[in-house]
Design a protein around this ligand. Sequence first.
Ligand code: HMS
Length: 245
Amino acid sequence: MSESLSFGDLRREVLAANLRIPEAGLATLTWGNVSGVDRDAGVFVIKPSGVSYADLSAEDLVVVSLEDGRVVEGHLKPSTDTETHRCLYRAFPHIGGVTHTHSTHAVAFAQARRPIPVLGTTHADTFNGPVPVTEDLTAEQCARDYEYNTGQVIVALLEGDARRAEEVPGALVSRHGPFTWGATATASLENAIVCEAVAEMALHTLALYAPGGHPEPPRHLLDRHFTRKHGPDAYYGNPAPAAVR
Ligand SMILES: O=C(CO)[C@@H](O)[C@@H](O)COP(=O)(O)O
């Protein structure tokens, strides 16, 4: 990549995160997109629309204004989902990256309009609650500013609550698919990988559940897993716990 290109580090990170979409098996054709934000500069960097991952370069990424969605830099059209990313950045000031995919199992839940339930600790390590599903967009929301409104239905689902958005870093847009977010573009992409993995595990688990019901996983176990990885008692960054005798 030419060193003279602006937002070099952010472009490199956003490119790498986009390239992990097909690598992680989350992409069909050119579907999906990752962006990352530079809040000081008031812009985000996003995948161009319809470009194959094999051909994608850092120079192809598009720089968009957070304020009004104008393209600030780029020779290609930004992703069709750009306004959804912009809406999420504006609603949740703590997020640094957004990922959208059409990964199969997460989309299956979105199409069935069912949240991805918390069925075990794998889910609880990343999402402190079910991955929720939005309402369907209304005819008016589809007719005008559809992509921004797609972000708005996610924000409405979380009641604009930044803390909820931090603890459950993703949502399923009804009949469409998952959007995930995180502190960085890389984190948002990794949350998309986890979202797909836990959706697949949930489908298998629900199929194996005994007819007539199954006990819920104990809340204390799920909480323990989430708080090991997130918040003030997180393991990373803290001294290793003393060995248990
Ligand atoms: O949501 C969709 C398609 O329903 C898009 O994410 C997908 O086609 C990718 O579009 P872009 O190539 O990013 O414009």
